[in-house]
Design a protein around this ligand. Structure first.
Ligand code: BTN
Length: 226
């Protein structure tokens, strides 16, 4: 199913509350209560691209079903799907800030929120188009991709997300676009503020960082480029 709405609180909430079949895509022109990771809001002015894709666990080979193992790389797969569609359709070269922010010219243009709620895996993707419609306080760190064929992008990204992609391909396609590679970053490790240099990602898309003589592996959390 492909559902287009003019306005909704959040496309992730809408999928969670309704009984749609796996493989459903819900796309909205604007969200009144768009959500980001943690308790962050996701500003969703009209003109941007806001959509969610529904997966369920199952052995079926039909669109929208996944095995528990596939869920582990769902967020990186979504980041790869967004970047490759933006490259093909908009001729831009975005990068990935680990773990799941998409950057253009150093500014965040897209966020991804993957949620596992009961039997549903919901992948929510928000892409800013015009930077000028974003709230003033975000303008230093967030940008937009510019005018874009929104429906074409939604369809292309959703197709790449639902199509099978093996783990090695996800990791190598993600790694190619990793914007943070070689950068000095700070992060919280073992409850302490730590700094180091990003050396890459491992086969699970965890971030590897050289911190002094040690190599630290992060599976989640935030890093800050310093
Ligand atoms: C983040 O940057 O922390 C993630 C942002 C995810 C935003 C998308 S927009 C479509 C879907 N609906 C939501 O409420 N959130 C996601």
């Amino acid at each position: 199913m492909f559902i287009h709405l003019k306005s909704i609180d959040s496309t992730n909430n809408y999928i969670e509350k309704n009984h749609f079949p796996p493989g459903t895509v819900v796309w909205a022109d604007t969200q009144t209560a768009g959500r980001g990771r943690g308790d962050h809001e996701f500003s969703s002015p009209p003109g941007g691209i806001y959509f969610s894709c529904l997966f369920k666990e199952g052995k079926e080979t039909e669109k929208g079903y996944l095995l528990p193992h596939d869920a582990l790389l769902l967020t990186p797969k979504a980041a790869v799907a967004v970047c490759s569609s933006l490259e093909e359709i908009c001729s831009i070269k975005p990068g990935i800030k680990w773990v799941n922010d998409i950057l253009l010219d150093g500014k965040k243009v897209c966020g991804i929120l993957c949620e596992h709620i009961k039997d549903k895996y919901i992948v929510g993707i928000g892409i800013n188009t015009s930077a000028s419609t974003l709230p003033e306080e975000l303008k230093a760190t967030a940008g937009g991709i510019g005018e874009a064929p929104r429906k074409t992008l939604v369809k292309s990204i959703a197709k790449k997300l639902f199509d099978p992609m093996d783990d090695e391909t996800i990791v190598s396609e993600y790694s190619k676009r990793l914007d943070t590679l070689g950068k000095n970053v700070s992060f919280i490790y073992d409850g302490k503020e730590t700094t180091g240099t990003v050396t890459g990602i491992n086969e699970s898309c965890n971030l590897t960082i050289r911190a002094g003589s040690a190599t630290v592996t992060l599976s989640s959390g935030e890093i800050r480029v310093i």
